[in-house]
Design a protein around this ligand. Structure first.
Ligand SMILES: Nc1ncnc2c1ncn2[C@@H]1O[C@H](COP(=O)(O)OP(=O)(O)OP(=O)(O)O)[C@@H](O)[C@H]1O
Length: 269
């Protein structure tokens, strides 16, 4: 007998509610190159949605469009039903879309705690008037400690980021996104460059966060993707090849022919 989990129930629910995030006909051109081509994408509440595809498929560009790093050439992006295309990255971050980049972008000389305080401070509004500053400083500190606890980094609170292992630095990056109190997270290859043990640790961390923080995830580590994702969208040459629940994508011959087969051959080589 198999137990029905929250995520099983979520996958079987028809989409009646407004999606947390949705794109319609999203397109981004760089000169003559169509990096993202007419993409319809939906992220539901409480869901981890992985984006797969070979190098150059347009995955990072899609994330960059969602986070406002680039404006789309065409199409719509709806966050909680409201159009956000054309808004600046900072505005989108303030609305609650937190993102991490492929490369680690932490402040190496600051401690783990200071990095999180900085992220929380930016979210809470930067420089404060003196009458509010003490209260805000306490709020920032509490938020920073809370996310270090969530990411199991409290023991590293006073360690300079540069003295932490690569895996811990990637974990810190996730903590910094959480410090901005996001309504959803966009993570671009959070496990890139990690060893097997660190990858497993971050996979479990993200799994534990998914109910509170819906997630769009680009990741090449298939074990992690299959463990984490409720749904998968496979992109090839800027277009959506297939999108659906993880089991459907795993079983898809088209996906296997175009991506998974090739990926496994590359990984084995
Ligand atoms: N700022 C840019 N200017 C010009 N071309 C770009 C830019 N960003 C991405 N591209 C091009 O758009 C295409 C899609 O790139 P993108 O980085 O989105 O792919 P990806 O699927 O994330 O690949 P990878 O797995 O290698 O990170 C590529 O051909 C890339 O060279």
């Amino acid at each position: 007998m198999s137990a029905t989990t929250h995520h099983d129930a979520l996958l079987e629910t028809p989409l009646l509610e407004t999606p947390l995030l949705q794109t319609k006909g999203l397109t981004r051109r760089f000169g003559g190159l169509v990096a993202v081509n007419n993409v319809d994408f939906t992220l539901r509440q409480g869901e981890i949605h992985a984006i797969l595809g070979p190098n150059g498929a347009g995955k990072s560009t899609l994330i960059n469009l969602l986070s406002g790093e680039f404006p789309p050439s065409e199409g719509e992006i709806l966050f909680q039903g409201q159009p956000i295309q054309g808004k600046k990255a900072r505005q989108i971050a303030r609305m609650g879309i937190g993102r991490s980049h492929q490369k680690t972008n932490i402040f190496p000389r600051l401690t783990c705690l200071q990095n999180c305080q900085l992220a929380a401070r930016i979210h809470l509004g930067g420089v404060f008037g003196s009458w509010r500053s003490r209260h805000r400083a306490r709020e920032v500190n509490e938020r920073a400690l809370e996310v270090l606890e969530t990411c199991q980094l409290v023991h590293r609170a006073h360690t300079p980021a540069s003295a932490m292992s690569y895996g811990e630095q990637r974990q810190l990056q996730i903590a910094m996104v959480l410090a901005t109190a996001p309504k959803l997270m966009l993570l671009d290859e959070p496990m890139a460059g990690m060893g097997r043990e660190e990858t497993a640790q971050v996979t479990e961390l993200l799994k534990g966060l998914s109910d509170r923080y819906p997630l769009v995830l680009i990741e090449h580590d298939m074990d992690s993707v299959f463990r984490l994702a409720d749904r998968i969208t496979v992109m090839v040459d800027g277009c959506v090849l297939e999108t659906g629940p993880t089991a459907q994508i795993r079983a898809s011959e088209r996906v296997r022919d175009v991506y998974l087969g090739r990926h496994h051959e590359e990984s084995a080589a």
